[in-house]
Ligand binder design. Structure first.
Ligand code: HEM
Length: 166
């Protein structure tokens, strides 16, 4: 296991590059912060704290996605890193990537919509009003989309960059 350590410049003992390792790890933080933010707004009515957590995590995610896309398109050949996986040749790695993209592509658009309408239609500091019903309708798919993006991303990372041939 340890011979793989830092092999591709990443910090996890896998075949992941530094950017893949970073996003894999950061998604744990994002999911925990999102769960805390939803708990805060539902159970403790900390509306403004919820607002700022969502704006900051949305901005951090946007920057991460841009850095990740630039890295994947111009610097890291993820297929070369995934090739030693027992799931690469049969196409399972690619299928898991497409399932991941099903969530990862629409979710940022949902987030932008929920944040922009929230900022425009809720008062400052944030509090429930006539926009609440619409916010709840769109915010849940946005939140579940982010959880599923993380979950399917971890599965893809495992199949592509962790699994080793027996
Ligand atoms: C992608 C970003 C966001 C997500 C995923 C999100 C998610 C949620 C969720 C799941 C709830 C609980 C809904 C329920 O009780 O069923 C909620 C409530 C609320 N959110 Fe957000 N939110 C986001 C951004 C924002 C922003 C930017 C603001 C303010 C500008 C905001 C203000 C509120 C308020 C005031 C409530 C309470 C609504 C009520 O109970 O009447 N949210 N949000």
């Amino acid at each position: 296991m340890f011979y793989l350590l830092a092999q591709n410049g990443g910090f996890l003992p896998t075949r992941g590059s530094i950017m893949l390792d970073f996003v894999f790890t950061a998604m744990f933080g994002i999911v925990l912060i999102l769960a805390a933010s939803i708990y805060l707004v539902r159970s403790t009515q900390k509306y403004d704290l919820h607002k700022w957590i969502q704006i900051i995590s949305g901005a951090v995610l946007l920057l991460t996605v841009i850095a990740f896309e630039v890295d994947m398109r111009f610097f890291t050949d993820w297929k070369a890193l995934a090739k030693p996986s027992p799931y690469f040749e049969g196409g399972i790695v690619h299928i898991s990537l497409y399932i991941h993209l099903l969530f990862a592509v629409p979710t940022p658009f949902l987030w932008i919509y929920v944040i922009v309408t929230g900022l425009r239609k809720f008062p400052a500091p944030a509090a429930p009003n006539e926009h609440s019903a619409s916010h709840k309708f769109w915010a849940w798919p946005a939140a579940i989309g982010m959880f599923m993006t993380a979950f399917t991303g971890w599965i893809f990372y495992y199949l592509a960059f962790v699994a080793v041939k027996p």
